[in-house]
Write a protein that binds this ligand. Structure first.
Ligand SMILES: NC(=O)c1ccc[n+]([C@@H]2O[C@H](COP(=O)([O-])OP(=O)(O)OC[C@H]3O[C@@H](n4cnc5c(N)ncnc54)[C@H](OP(=O)(O)O)[C@@H]3O)[C@@H](O)[C@H]2O)c1
Length: 196
């Protein structure tokens, strides 16, 4: 039976763990996965608050919400053979090189790699330590940008980040938003606080 509160995370490095903190702050459960198997994630899981577990990539990708947190050059391999049937996929990757893109946005490439999933670009513009930290800062809330084609998927992602304490800003469609969020775009690396 699918568990609507579970967030699967493919990639358990800096960004994967930062997303785990965010989802746990939001009251979700998380399942982290990596290329070497759940047994290698014991110390990572014990460093996280309650609600975190380790699983295989296949298991994590079966969650209703799945975060892609793998280095760009390894992404194709990481998602190869996975089945997508309506999962919301959070694309937190950055293509630093850009050579794969051919004038497309990196999220368009990601959307092709996960056919049948609903891709939302999010969580790629902040450094992992900033993303992992409490978003309540200086009397305001940290801003998180997202974009995507599927309105229902985006509202679930907005809810996830708002539950974690962020102020979510929907930039619209994947192509227009993704272009602003990705490396070289005006929002890359921008850490903004929304004051009341
Ligand atoms: N770090 C940041 O501040 C930051 C900020 C924004 C966006 N991002 C983006 O987030 C993504 C991840 O970056 P990172 O800094 O978190 O990298 P990282 O610390 O090097 O972690 C990479 C993770 O990906 C896993 N991985 C590699 N190949 C895999 C595969 N085939 N299947 C499953 N898992 C696999 C690795 O597992 P193994 O160790 O088992 O190989 C590791 O857990 C990148 O696209 C990056 O651009 C990072």
């Amino acid at each position: 039976m699918s568990d609507g509160r579970l967030v699967g995370i493919v990639g358990a490095g800096r960004l994967g763990q930062a997303m785990a903190w965010t989802a746990l702050r939001a009251g979700r459960r998380v399942m982290l996965s990596n290329s070497r198997g759940p047994d290698t994630l014991e110390s990572v899981i014990s460093s996280l608050p309650d609600g975190a577990s380790a699983g295989t990539v296949e298991h994590a990708a079966g969650a209703p919400v799945v975060v892609l947190a793998v280095p760009w050059p390894l992404l194709r391999d990481a998602v190869k053979g996975l089945t997508w049937s309506g999962q919301i996929v959070l694309d937190a990757t950055n293509d630093f090189d850009g050579s794969d893109l051919n004038l497309r946005t990196s999220s368009e490439v990601v959307a092709e790699l996960v056919p049948g999933a609903r891709v939302v670009k999010v969580a790629n513009t902040l450094g992992a330590p900033v993303l992992a930290a409490d978003p309540h800062e200086s009397g305001g809330q940290r801003v998180i940008f997202l974009s995507g084609a599927d309105a229902d998927a985006k509202s679930e992602v907005v809810q996830l980040f708002e539950d974690a304490g962020f102020f979510a800003v929907d930039l619209g469609e994947l192509v227009a938003g993704g272009r602003m969020q990705q490396i070289g775009g005006p929002l890359a690396g921008l850490n903004l606080i929304r004051l009341p």
